[in-house]
Structures are given as structure tokens and as C-alpha cells.
Design a protein around this ligand. Structure first.
Ligand code: FE2
Length: 289
């Protein structure tokens, strides 16, 4: 509904309530709405939702229950209800904007880390996308998906603490270097732990290199001791690492990489997460081509 269009649009445009006793004979009412919905509109009470004198929405009541017309008293009752509704609406909008800004800030931070690591351009975004595919396949609730996305975005944030000569080494790392590299999980968790509201994403960052058989790092957790987000990110992260070219090896094809995931399902990866990813990947690869 556009501003100025129909009864609600008129209410929004004028910031004033409207009482219509007989919709059919009102110039504001469009009979097309009823034709489309097969509903019969008779009386209307339309009230603007005001927040600091600005219209943030419109509440519309249609057809008074007893068949009568809406009165000034009805209007006053609705106006009283509109105050908390308008406040809740504004708060919800602000919260959404804040959340969006927060996600974008996290992505910008992750991009900044990637700029240091010349082999992993786009890695964070791809890992997050793959993690979301798994989340959808296992029907993860929407609220949890947001936290998982943030875990995906921030999973390698600890690489900020790894020296360039190790982070950008041309070739496999030596054992001492690998021990240093492992620290990125701990560094990442330490950074994020400081932000109280991000408590839910710490597990996904700290444990994304753990393996189901207990041979991973940093703690050597086993099976479901590994938080769910970490078990999801682990599959997404490894698939991306396998399918991306490195200076010392060419990336695997999607088919080859999924075969590898299958081989390591149960020992390295949670079989349910691998199964979810394998269910999804053919569709995504087909859509890409
Ligand atoms: Fe990592």
C-alpha cells in the first residue's frame, strides 16, 4: 500500500484517523479490494501509528462486530492501543537495522583479515554460505541460523594474530609453524569472548578444527562434545579449502571434494552434517551451471 492510496494510505498521508460508516459510498475506499478478497467491507476505522509525531504505520479495523458503525469512543480506545504498538514497531525496526549494521561490521572485519591472507579471498563468505545450506537442510531455527552465520563470518578471525610468514607461506607448514597456526582458533575465541552478546558464536570459532574422533584441535573434543556450529563450519570450511586452488596444488572439483567428505564422515566430520551438505550440493552446483 502506497502513501495516499486507499483508506490506510490516506490515513498515513494525513496523519489523521478516519471513520467510514459506509465503505461502498466512500471515495477513499476501493471496491477492488473486496473483489479480490471476496470480503464485504462495510465500516472502517483507520488510525495512524504515531511515534514522535511521525507516522510509522496504520491500524485498520474493518466491520464492527455488531454490524454498527465505529464511534469516537472506539477511536479513543484504539488510539490508546496504538501507542505501545507504534513503540514496538519502531524498536523492531531499529533492532533490525542494528543487527544489519553488526553483520556488515563483522563481514568487513573478516574481509580485512582475508586481505592479509592472500590465498583465501572470499573464503569467509563461501564458508558462511555452505554453513547456511547445512542449517537449512537440518531445519535449524531462524534465530540459531543468525548466530551460525556470525560464527561462519568470524570463524578465522583469530588469524589476525598469526604472523605473515606463517599465514602466507608458499607450501605446507612445518610442525612448529602448524602449532602456531592452530592458535588462530584460540585467538579468535579470545577476541570474540570480550563481546558479551556474542557468547553464542564462541564455540563455532574455537572448535571449528575439532574432529569427531578426537584428533582435532585445540582441545581434542570428541563427537557431540564439539558444539553443533563447529561441526557445521568444519564441513563447510574443509569443502571450501579442498575446492580452492593453492599455490602448491590445484583445487578439487566439487564431485571429488564431496567424495572426500564422505570418506571422512564419522571420523573427521559429523555424519549428519555431511549428509545434509551432500543432499544440498547437487542442487547448488546445478543452479550455478
Ligand atoms: Fe580455521
Amino acid at each position: 500500500m502506497k502513501i495516499g492510496e486507499g483508506v490506510a494510505g490516506h490515513t498515513a498521508m494525513t496523519s489523521a484517523p478516519v471513520i467510514i460508516e459506509d465503505a461502498e459510498n466512500s471515495r477513499l475506499w476501493s471496491v477492488k479490494v473486496d473483489e479480490r478478497t471476496h470480503f464485504q467491507t462495510k465500516s472502517i476505522l483507520s488510525v495512524p501509528l504515531l511515534f514522535r509525531e511521525k507516522v510509522v504505520g496504520v491500524v485498520q479495523l474493518i466491520n464492527k462486530k455488531n454490524g454498527g458503525v465505529f464511534t469516537g469512543r472506539d477511536l479513543r480506545s484504539v488510539e490508546m492501543m496504538c501507542i505501545p504498538i507504534a513503540t514496538a514497531l519502531v524498536n523492531a525496526k531499529l533492532f533490525k537495522e542494528l543487527e544489519q549494521t553488526f553483520m556488515e561490521t563483522a563481514l568487513a572485519l573478516a574481509d580485512a583479515i582475508e586481505k592479509r591472507d592472500r590465498y583465501t579471498a572470499g573464503h569467509t563468505r563461501r564458508v558462511t554460505r555452505y554453513a547456511m545450506w547445512i542449517a537449512e537442510e537440518i531445519n535449524l531455527p531462524a534465530a540459531e541460523k543468525k548466530w551460525l552465520a556470525l560464527s561462519g563470518i568470524l570463524h578465522d578471525i583469530g588469524k589476525i594474530g598469526i604472523r605473515d610468514n606463517i599465514l602466507n607461506k608458499d607450501g605446507p607448514l612445518g610442525s612448529g609453524e602448524f602449532e602456531t597456526m592452530k592458535q588462530h582458533t584460540v585467538f579468535g575465541a579470545e577476541i570474540v569472548e570480550k563481546i558479551h552478546s556474542l557468547g553464542k558464536v564462541v564455540g563455532g570459532i574455537l572448535y571449528h578444527h575439532e574432529k569427531m574422533d578426537g584428533s582435532g584441535y585445540p582441545k581434542g573434543l570428541k563427537g557431540e562434545e564439539i558444539p553443533l556450529f563447529a561441526r557445521i563450519i568444519s564441513v563447510a570450511d574443509t569443502y571450501d579449502a579442498m575446492t580452492t586452488d593453492r599455490p602448491y596444488r590445484k583445487g578439487l572439483s566439487s564431485e571429488e571434494a564431496t567424495k572426500e567428505l564422505e570418506k571422512m564422515s564419522g571420523s573427521q566430520f559429523d555424519p549428519d552434517m555431511v549428509a545434509a551438505f551432500l543432499r544440498r550440493i547437487p542442487r547448488e552446483v546445478r543452479d550455478e551451471n
